[in-house]
Design a protein around this ligand. Structure first.
Ligand code: ATP
Length: 292
């Protein structure tokens, strides 16, 4: 058993050839007071990977990210780079390279755009590099550059979400977790934000763990997907399978896909789970893409 605040080295099953996941959760449980919300989550994110967690309202997506970010206590293992993180604080997780764009953005409304970005970089020493990164984010999001002296509270919802992403990235995390960045935003803005995330992943290799209700967009960017139902992983696999297989889409994602005649409900999805398990195994997608 690790002592509080320490990290124990443990052997991990390699995910790819010689690869240790950047993040791995084993039997993670978390909740609020006596109310348990997550009932034993197993999940991993490789370096450079984009993973999405889909789920309906109240499934536990925000709770999952809050537990990983050490904002609430947990039982079970959270491992970063193969090390169990024992009872860490949120700033420990940031130092280990795990950043969070929280639900509701959490920008500091009384501070200017520039100062919000500086706040995101408090863990970094070099003022020159921080200044250069701020300029870079003004280029990525020109709207922020134009409003750099304005207080965050005067920004539109889309601009605040841009600021929340840029602020989280100012700590230069290796894994960025985003909690429903599409929420309440116009489709054009959401497409722009997902484009930036995709670029971030491709160009700087930042791994992404996205929780989303917008399944279409999330599946488009992700390589793997986990489906969270009432605090448990109901299914997981490669995103291409979820995207392309109609039965899977109808069974699992119908209620999350806009404009889809899913022709089924939740109870039907449980019946179809066995079909999906067989289907994915037949495609040889077993190891590393398990259905549970
Ligand atoms: P949404 O998409 O609506 O944000 P979610 O999948 O993110 O949903 P959570 O916000 O993690 O779900 O909530 C999971 C469960 O935990 C819900 O039943 C919710 O009522 C409960 N819950 C969330 N926050 C708290 C809290 N601070 N105290 C007590 N219960 C909470």
């Amino acid at each position: 058993m690790s002592t509080p605040g320490s990290a124990a080295q443990i052997p991990l099953a390699p995910n790819g050839p010689g690869q240790v996941p950047l993040l791995e959760l084993r039997a993670l449980r978390a909740g609020y007071g006596a109310a348990n919300v997550l009932h034993g989550i197993d999940l991993s994110v490789d370096p450079d990977e984009v993973v999405v967690v889909l789920g309906a309202n109240g499934a536990g997506k925000t709770t999952l990210l809050r537990a990983i970010a050490s904002l609430i206590p947990h039982i079970g293992d959270i491992c970063v780079d193969g090390q169990v993180v024992a009872r860490s604080r949120p700033d420990d997780m940031l130092r280990r390279g795990v950043g969070l764009v929280p639900q509701g953005r959490g920008t500091l409304s009384e501070l200017s755009v520039r100062d919000n970005l500086r706040v995101g970089a408090v863990s970094r020493a070099s003022g020159r590099e921080v200044a250069a990164d701020i300029e870079r984010w003004y280029e990525v999001f020109p709207q922020l550059g134009k409003r750099r002296g304005q207080t965050a509270g005067t920004l539109s919802g889309g601009e605040q979400q841009m600021l929340a992403i840029a602020r989280a990235m100012m700590a230069r995390p290796r894994l960025l977790m985003c909690d429903e960045i599409s929420m309440g935003l116009a489709p054009l803005i959401v497409t722009e934000l997902f484009g930036v995330l995709r670029q971030l992943n491709k160009e700087s290799g930042t791994a992404l763990l996205l929780v989303e209700q917008n399944a279409e967009l999330a599946l488009d960017i992700a390589s793997r997907v986990y489906l969270l139902e009432v605090g448990s992983i109901a299914a997981s696999g490669d995103a291409a399978t979820f995207r392309s297989n109609d039965a899977i889409r109808r069974a699992y994602l119908g209620y999350l896909l806009r404009g889809t005649d899913h022709g089924g409900d939740f109870s039907r999805s449980f019946v179809l789970r066995d079909y999906i398990r067989i289907h994915l195994c037949a495609r040889g997608a077993g190891a590393g893409h398990r259905l549970s």
